[in-house]
Design a protein around this ligand. Sequence first.
Ligand SMILES: Nc1ncnc2c1ncn2[C@@H]1O[C@H](COP(=O)(O)OP(=O)(O)OP(=O)(O)O)[C@@H](O)[C@H]1O
Length: 282
Amino acid sequence: MSASTPPSAPDPAVVSSMLDVRRVSVRFGEQAVLRDLTLSVPRGETLVIIGESGCGKTVLLKSLIGLVKPTQGVVSFCGRPLAGLTDRELTAARTRYGFVFQNAALFDSLSVAENVAFPLIEHRRATREAAYQAAIERLHEVGLPTSVMTKKPAQLSGGMRKRVGLARALVMEPEVLLYDEPTTGLDPIMSDVINELILRTREGRKGVTSVVVTHDMHSARKLADRIIMLYPVSRLLRGEPQIVYDGPPEGIDASNDQRVTQFVRGEARDRLEELSLSVAAD
Ligand SMILES: Nc1ncnc2c1ncn2[C@@H]1O[C@H](COP(=O)(O)OP(=O)(O)OP(=O)(O)O)[C@@H](O)[C@H]1O
Protein backbone atom coordinates (compact mmCIF):
# COMPACT_ATOMS: atom_id res chain seq x y z
CA MET A 1 0.00 0.00 0.00
CA SER A 2 1.47 3.38 -0.96
CA ALA A 3 2.04 6.14 1.60
CA SER A 4 -0.82 8.16 0.05
CA THR A 5 -3.42 5.34 0.36
CA PRO A 6 -5.74 5.93 3.32
CA PRO A 7 -5.63 3.01 5.74
CA SER A 8 -9.41 2.45 5.47
CA ALA A 9 -9.33 2.15 1.66
CA PRO A 10 -9.85 -1.31 0.19
CA ASP A 11 -6.65 -3.21 -0.52
CA PRO A 12 -6.42 -3.35 -4.36
CA ALA A 13 -5.08 -6.90 -4.09
CA VAL A 14 -8.35 -8.17 -2.60
CA VAL A 15 -10.92 -6.08 -4.50
CA SER A 16 -11.17 -8.60 -7.34
CA SER A 17 -12.28 -11.32 -4.92
CA MET A 18 -15.70 -11.34 -3.30
CA LEU A 19 -14.41 -12.87 -0.09
CA ASP A 20 -10.84 -12.70 1.07
CA VAL A 21 -9.26 -14.34 4.09
CA ARG A 22 -5.72 -13.17 4.89
CA ARG A 23 -3.59 -14.98 7.47
CA VAL A 24 -6.60 -15.65 9.66
CA SER A 25 -6.32 -17.48 12.97
CA VAL A 26 -9.17 -18.18 15.38
CA ARG A 27 -8.66 -19.40 18.92
CA PHE A 28 -11.21 -20.19 21.60
CA GLY A 29 -9.26 -20.00 24.82
CA GLU A 30 -6.44 -22.55 24.53
CA GLN A 31 -7.91 -24.18 21.44
CA ALA A 32 -6.58 -23.10 18.05
CA VAL A 33 -9.32 -23.79 15.49
CA LEU A 34 -8.03 -21.89 12.44
CA ARG A 35 -4.33 -21.27 11.92
CA ASP A 36 -2.91 -18.75 9.49
CA LEU A 37 -5.48 -19.37 6.75
CA THR A 38 -5.29 -17.49 3.48
CA LEU A 39 -7.98 -17.91 0.88
CA SER A 40 -9.80 -15.91 -1.81
CA VAL A 41 -13.20 -16.59 -3.34
CA PRO A 42 -13.72 -14.85 -6.69
CA ARG A 43 -17.16 -13.50 -7.60
CA GLY A 44 -19.32 -16.26 -9.08
CA GLU A 45 -17.32 -19.17 -7.68
CA THR A 46 -18.81 -22.05 -5.72
CA LEU A 47 -16.26 -23.04 -3.11
CA VAL A 48 -16.87 -26.21 -1.10
CA ILE A 49 -15.13 -26.63 2.26
CA ILE A 50 -14.65 -30.20 3.43
CA GLY A 51 -12.84 -31.74 6.35
CA GLU A 52 -13.51 -33.96 9.31
CA SER A 53 -15.82 -33.04 12.15
CA GLY A 54 -14.43 -30.30 14.36
CA CYS A 55 -11.72 -29.09 11.96
CA GLY A 56 -13.18 -25.57 11.84
CA LYS A 57 -15.39 -25.48 8.73
CA THR A 58 -18.31 -23.72 10.41
CA VAL A 59 -15.98 -21.35 12.23
CA LEU A 60 -14.46 -20.39 8.87
CA LEU A 61 -17.94 -19.93 7.34
CA LYS A 62 -19.04 -17.75 10.24
CA SER A 63 -15.88 -15.68 10.05
CA LEU A 64 -16.79 -14.84 6.41
CA ILE A 65 -19.88 -13.00 7.65
CA GLY A 66 -18.36 -11.56 10.82
CA LEU A 67 -20.22 -13.91 13.21
CA VAL A 68 -16.83 -15.13 14.45
CA LYS A 69 -14.07 -12.54 14.80
CA PRO A 70 -10.56 -13.70 13.94
CA THR A 71 -7.98 -13.63 16.71
CA GLN A 72 -5.50 -12.59 14.02
CA GLY A 73 -5.72 -11.71 10.34
CA VAL A 74 -8.26 -10.01 8.11
CA VAL A 75 -11.51 -11.11 6.45
CA SER A 76 -12.67 -8.83 3.64
CA PHE A 77 -15.93 -8.64 1.73
CA CYS A 78 -15.76 -6.88 -1.66
CA GLY A 79 -12.34 -5.56 -0.68
CA ARG A 80 -13.44 -4.07 2.66
CA PRO A 81 -12.16 -5.59 5.90
CA LEU A 82 -15.15 -6.63 8.05
CA ALA A 83 -13.32 -5.56 11.19
CA GLY A 84 -13.18 -1.98 9.85
CA LEU A 85 -16.97 -1.71 9.42
CA THR A 86 -19.22 0.05 11.92
CA ASP A 87 -22.09 -2.03 13.35
CA ARG A 88 -24.42 -0.35 10.90
CA GLU A 89 -22.15 -1.07 7.94
CA LEU A 90 -21.73 -4.68 9.06
CA THR A 91 -25.52 -5.10 9.29
CA ALA A 92 -25.84 -3.60 5.80
CA ALA A 93 -23.10 -5.90 4.47
CA ARG A 94 -24.85 -8.93 5.98
CA THR A 95 -28.01 -8.18 4.01
CA ARG A 96 -25.92 -8.96 0.91
CA TYR A 97 -25.34 -12.49 2.22
CA GLY A 98 -27.74 -15.39 2.53
CA PHE A 99 -26.86 -17.85 5.29
CA VAL A 100 -28.41 -21.31 5.13
CA PHE A 101 -27.93 -22.69 8.63
CA GLN A 102 -27.35 -26.34 9.41
CA ASN A 103 -30.61 -26.63 11.37
CA ALA A 104 -32.48 -24.08 9.17
CA ALA A 105 -32.76 -21.79 12.27
CA LEU A 106 -36.39 -20.87 11.64
CA PHE A 107 -38.56 -18.98 14.12
CA ASP A 108 -40.83 -21.63 15.64
CA SER A 109 -43.64 -19.21 16.43
CA LEU A 110 -43.86 -17.81 12.90
CA SER A 111 -45.50 -19.47 9.91
CA VAL A 112 -43.40 -20.57 6.94
CA ALA A 113 -44.44 -17.51 4.92
CA GLU A 114 -43.70 -15.17 7.87
CA ASN A 115 -40.26 -16.75 8.31
CA VAL A 116 -39.36 -16.20 4.67
CA ALA A 117 -40.85 -12.70 4.50
CA PHE A 118 -39.18 -11.63 7.76
CA PRO A 119 -35.80 -10.38 6.35
CA LEU A 120 -37.56 -8.18 3.79
CA ILE A 121 -39.77 -6.57 6.41
CA GLU A 122 -36.93 -6.24 8.92
CA HIS A 123 -34.10 -5.04 6.64
CA ARG A 124 -35.75 -3.64 3.51
CA ARG A 125 -38.87 -2.22 5.14
CA ALA A 126 -40.95 -3.96 2.49
CA THR A 127 -44.74 -3.83 2.87
CA ARG A 128 -46.30 -7.03 4.16
CA GLU A 129 -47.95 -7.64 0.79
CA ALA A 130 -44.69 -7.25 -1.17
CA ALA A 131 -42.74 -9.36 1.33
CA TYR A 132 -45.36 -12.14 1.24
CA GLN A 133 -45.44 -12.12 -2.54
CA ALA A 134 -41.64 -12.45 -2.66
CA ALA A 135 -41.78 -15.20 -0.01
CA ILE A 136 -44.33 -17.17 -2.03
CA GLU A 137 -42.18 -16.88 -5.16
CA ARG A 138 -39.07 -18.10 -3.33
CA LEU A 139 -40.97 -20.97 -1.70
CA HIS A 140 -42.23 -22.04 -5.11
CA GLU A 141 -38.68 -21.78 -6.41
CA VAL A 142 -37.57 -24.39 -3.85
CA GLY A 143 -40.52 -26.61 -4.72
CA LEU A 144 -42.79 -25.92 -1.75
CA PRO A 145 -46.52 -25.63 -2.44
CA THR A 146 -48.76 -22.77 -1.36
CA SER A 147 -50.35 -25.11 1.22
CA VAL A 148 -47.22 -25.01 3.46
CA MET A 149 -47.27 -21.20 3.78
CA THR A 150 -49.42 -21.17 6.90
CA LYS A 151 -47.72 -24.14 8.62
CA LYS A 152 -45.30 -23.75 11.50
CA PRO A 153 -41.74 -25.13 11.13
CA ALA A 154 -42.51 -27.96 13.62
CA GLN A 155 -45.17 -29.26 11.23
CA LEU A 156 -42.63 -29.77 8.41
CA SER A 157 -40.22 -32.59 7.57
CA GLY A 158 -36.46 -31.95 7.86
CA GLY A 159 -36.13 -31.64 4.07
CA MET A 160 -38.96 -29.10 3.93
CA ARG A 161 -37.39 -27.06 6.74
CA LYS A 162 -34.08 -26.98 4.87
CA ARG A 163 -35.90 -25.73 1.78
CA VAL A 164 -37.67 -23.03 3.81
CA GLY A 165 -34.21 -22.00 5.13
CA LEU A 166 -32.97 -21.80 1.54
CA ALA A 167 -36.02 -19.75 0.47
CA ARG A 168 -35.41 -17.36 3.35
CA ALA A 169 -31.76 -16.94 2.35
CA LEU A 170 -32.79 -16.24 -1.25
CA VAL A 171 -35.52 -13.71 -0.51
CA MET A 172 -33.00 -10.86 -0.11
CA GLU A 173 -31.43 -11.69 -3.51
CA PRO A 174 -27.98 -12.10 -1.91
CA GLU A 175 -24.68 -11.76 -3.72
CA VAL A 176 -23.09 -14.39 -1.47
CA LEU A 177 -24.72 -17.61 -0.28
CA LEU A 178 -23.20 -19.46 2.65
CA TYR A 179 -24.46 -23.00 3.25
CA ASP A 180 -23.63 -24.88 6.44
CA GLU A 181 -24.14 -28.63 5.94
CA PRO A 182 -27.16 -28.19 3.67
CA THR A 183 -27.78 -31.95 3.30
CA THR A 184 -26.96 -33.25 6.78
CA GLY A 185 -29.67 -35.44 8.25
CA LEU A 186 -31.49 -35.96 4.95
CA ASP A 187 -32.01 -39.18 3.01
CA PRO A 188 -29.95 -39.56 -0.19
CA ILE A 189 -32.81 -38.52 -2.45
CA MET A 190 -33.72 -35.41 -0.47
CA SER A 191 -30.00 -34.59 -0.23
CA ASP A 192 -29.83 -34.66 -4.00
CA VAL A 193 -32.95 -32.47 -4.24
CA ILE A 194 -31.15 -29.89 -2.08
CA ASN A 195 -27.99 -30.19 -4.21
CA GLU A 196 -30.04 -29.64 -7.37
CA LEU A 197 -31.72 -26.60 -5.80
CA ILE A 198 -28.32 -25.16 -4.91
CA LEU A 199 -27.17 -25.68 -8.50
CA ARG A 200 -30.33 -24.11 -9.91
CA THR A 201 -30.02 -21.21 -7.51
CA ARG A 202 -26.63 -20.55 -8.93
CA GLU A 203 -27.69 -20.95 -12.56
CA GLY A 204 -30.61 -18.57 -12.08
CA ARG A 205 -28.42 -15.90 -10.47
CA LYS A 206 -25.36 -15.26 -12.55
CA GLY A 207 -22.51 -13.94 -10.51
CA VAL A 208 -23.71 -15.26 -7.13
CA THR A 209 -20.81 -16.47 -5.01
CA SER A 210 -21.39 -19.57 -2.89
CA VAL A 211 -19.51 -21.23 -0.06
CA VAL A 212 -20.74 -24.66 1.00
CA VAL A 213 -19.57 -26.53 4.10
CA THR A 214 -20.14 -30.26 3.92
CA HIS A 215 -18.69 -33.65 4.82
CA ASP A 216 -20.62 -35.23 2.01
CA MET A 217 -18.26 -35.98 -0.89
CA HIS A 218 -21.17 -36.59 -3.27
CA SER A 219 -22.43 -33.05 -2.62
CA ALA A 220 -18.90 -31.64 -2.76
CA ARG A 221 -18.19 -33.14 -6.19
CA LYS A 222 -21.57 -32.11 -7.54
CA LEU A 223 -21.54 -28.50 -6.37
CA ALA A 224 -17.93 -27.34 -6.36
CA ASP A 225 -15.96 -25.30 -8.81
CA ARG A 226 -13.23 -25.70 -6.25
CA ILE A 227 -12.79 -27.71 -3.08
CA ILE A 228 -10.64 -26.90 -0.10
CA MET A 229 -10.00 -29.42 2.63
CA LEU A 230 -9.18 -28.22 6.15
CA TYR A 231 -7.23 -30.35 8.61
CA PRO A 232 -7.59 -30.01 12.39
CA VAL A 233 -4.93 -27.68 13.81
CA SER A 234 -4.41 -30.07 16.73
CA ARG A 235 -2.98 -32.69 14.34
CA LEU A 236 -0.83 -30.38 12.22
CA LEU A 237 2.88 -30.15 12.72
CA ARG A 238 4.38 -26.74 13.41
CA GLY A 239 4.33 -24.63 10.22
CA GLU A 240 2.16 -27.06 8.22
CA PRO A 241 -0.65 -25.35 6.29
CA GLN A 242 -4.18 -26.08 7.47
CA ILE A 243 -5.53 -26.27 3.92
CA VAL A 244 -4.42 -29.71 2.72
CA TYR A 245 -6.23 -29.64 -0.63
CA ASP A 246 -7.15 -26.67 -2.78
CA GLY A 247 -8.23 -27.45 -6.32
CA PRO A 248 -10.94 -28.71 -8.65
CA PRO A 249 -13.20 -31.58 -7.59
CA GLU A 250 -11.83 -33.80 -10.34
CA GLY A 251 -8.30 -33.49 -8.96
CA ILE A 252 -9.02 -34.62 -5.42
CA ASP A 253 -8.80 -38.37 -6.05
CA ALA A 254 -5.32 -37.93 -7.48
CA SER A 255 -4.01 -36.13 -4.40
CA ASN A 256 -0.77 -37.51 -3.04
CA ASP A 257 -1.67 -36.42 0.47
CA GLN A 258 -2.75 -39.39 2.54
CA ARG A 259 -4.88 -37.14 4.77
CA VAL A 260 -6.90 -36.16 1.70
CA THR A 261 -7.31 -39.67 0.28
CA GLN A 262 -8.26 -41.01 3.71
CA PHE A 263 -11.05 -38.45 4.00
CA VAL A 264 -12.27 -38.82 0.43
CA ARG A 265 -12.45 -42.62 0.77
CA GLY A 266 -13.93 -42.43 4.25
CA GLU A 267 -11.28 -44.62 5.85
CA ALA A 268 -10.82 -44.49 9.63
CA ARG A 269 -7.29 -46.08 9.70
CA ASP A 270 -5.17 -44.54 12.51
CA ARG A 271 -8.09 -42.46 13.73
CA LEU A 272 -9.56 -45.53 15.43
CA GLU A 273 -6.46 -45.92 17.58
CA GLU A 274 -6.33 -42.21 18.27
CA LEU A 275 -9.90 -42.37 19.49
CA SER A 276 -8.98 -45.38 21.69
CA LEU A 277 -11.30 -47.63 19.80
CA SER A 278 -10.40 -51.12 18.75
CA VAL A 279 -11.17 -52.91 15.55
CA ALA A 280 -13.19 -56.00 16.28
CA ALA A 281 -11.12 -59.08 15.61
CA ASP A 282 -12.52 -61.50 13.08
N1 LIG B 1 -18.19 -20.19 19.98
C1 LIG B 1 -17.32 -21.16 20.27
N2 LIG B 1 -16.70 -21.21 21.47
C2 LIG B 1 -15.81 -22.18 21.76
N3 LIG B 1 -15.45 -23.16 20.90
C3 LIG B 1 -16.03 -23.17 19.70
C4 LIG B 1 -17.00 -22.17 19.32
N4 LIG B 1 -17.39 -22.43 18.04
C5 LIG B 1 -16.72 -23.53 17.66
N5 LIG B 1 -15.91 -23.97 18.64
C6 LIG B 1 -15.01 -25.14 18.57
O1 LIG B 1 -14.27 -25.03 17.39
C7 LIG B 1 -14.03 -26.32 16.82
C8 LIG B 1 -14.44 -26.31 15.38
O2 LIG B 1 -15.86 -26.19 15.32
P1 LIG B 1 -16.65 -26.15 13.93
O3 LIG B 1 -18.10 -26.08 14.27
O4 LIG B 1 -16.10 -25.12 13.05
O5 LIG B 1 -16.28 -27.58 13.35
P2 LIG B 1 -16.76 -28.23 11.98
O6 LIG B 1 -15.56 -28.57 11.18
O7 LIG B 1 -17.79 -27.37 11.31
O8 LIG B 1 -17.42 -29.56 12.55
P3 LIG B 1 -18.76 -30.37 12.12
O9 LIG B 1 -18.45 -30.93 10.77
O10 LIG B 1 -18.86 -31.43 13.17
O11 LIG B 1 -19.92 -29.40 12.11
C9 LIG B 1 -14.81 -27.32 17.69
O12 LIG B 1 -13.90 -27.94 18.57
C10 LIG B 1 -15.78 -26.45 18.43
O13 LIG B 1 -16.08 -27.00 19.69
